[in-house]
Ligand binder design. Sequence first.
Ligand SMILES: Cc1ncc(COP(=O)(O)O)c(C=O)c1O
Length: 491
Amino acid sequence: MVAINSSDDDSVKMPLLAGLLSHAQEGYMSCHTPGHKQGLGSLAEWRQLLGEMVFQLDLTELPGLDNLHDAQGIIGGAQRAAADYFGAKETFFLVNGTSAGILAVLLAECLTKSKVLLPRTSHQTVIHGLILCGAQPVYLPVESDAALGLPGAVRTADLEKALATLDEQALVVLLHPNYYGLAGEIRQQVAAAHQHNCTVLVDEAHGAHFKTSPFFPMPALRAGADYAAQGAHKVLGSFTQSAYLHCQGEHDLDAIRDALRIVQSSSPSYLLLASLDVARYQCEQEEGQWEMAVRQVGQLRQRISQIDGVLAPGDEMLQVPGVAEYDPTRLVINVRELGITGFTAAEWLRRECGILVEMADFQNLILILGPANDIEDMEKLYQALSSMAGACAGGSLSDRSILPDPLQLPIPTQVLTPREAYFAPHTLVPWDAALGKTAAEVIAPYPPGVPVICPGEKIGEEAIGFLREWETAGGVWPGKSRGLIKIAAGS
Ligand SMILES: Cc1ncc(COP(=O)(O)O)c(C=O)c1O
């Protein structure tokens, strides 16, 4: 454990944290925001619960503490240290998640009606970015593996086909990896996009740790991506909402700065920012621990697959369409042979064993594991899964071979851009009345969060049929409870 203080040494290792500590030691009288005045004005019990230091470091743009939106001092130093470590030309700290980085790149790189190539499996934040910037989506197909119940990645051939139809420069957005840790041919796809003069943004929300070891899929920056947005909070030790946007190549980074001012707070949390500085330092120091995690999860994967009715796929996942690599610390556990859904398995583990997984779907459990999980956790997981298999085997779903799969849906006809549809006068109609109309909202049942309907596209009967099937299967999505779909009026 390193001693953290404001010494010269720490200001080199973690410049932002050291600057905050040094400020705290000055003992200034606080006549500025935040209103808790470094804890003096906070509820005593709250202060006691969180600890004094949380309040002392929850600072703002004071003399010597720099400004995220024009970082020249301690924030600039911390961002440069991150850029050096991750191999970027420049890194921006984000306090509004990976989402902020993705939105900023779309705002900076796209013109109204310019084209954006993106997988249909993109996270909703990419669609939100299209609403903000007014660009036109060109959806790239993604297929799934029905037996494993896993969504794949964009195939290079499909990307090349879409690139060949372009008559202008476009932005290409790639998802690397998906929520299940599955990654496509990133290097080839970045190269193909560059050959067509396209800029590449990689949504690497789940891959901030890829830099630590060659056992992980190739990091997007190493593959040549122009931008990589990484959710440091998802896998590294930084606080929730904190993320990195890495940039390389010749791009107008002032445009990115301007866009970040639009999508981020003018009062960013210094706790979040400092946690990004610490997370980078920790990653740098503890790369070997990620390799250890790879080994431990690999052994656990093999043991789990010996339990009757349970499969923790490893290299089998390389058969999933478009997949070339996978994150060995993202543990996917298929429970289909037990005759139960992933949802049931997740609930059983929570109730009976006090284990919370990251996500479940109809067939799988998805667990995010890493250096924080020790060998005892691995044993506990194995024992819990063995008990679950014993208790749940012979469930009633065992003969159900076909589950609703949003990736089987055809890509619908786009009649308006997402922005035009979002800002058009709209109306709410029952599902049946929405058939053939133009959608004005994103409908993305979660999991897997793949959009079934996006703004600006014609609502087909396949989409409505899918939503019915999904509802019957117990699926949910934001807006479902109102039982209506938002469509562009008069469409
Ligand atoms: C693939 C992907 N991209 C982007 C995001 C958005 O990230 P954040 O929640 O950090 O804004 C998520 C969040 O789950 C995600 O899974």
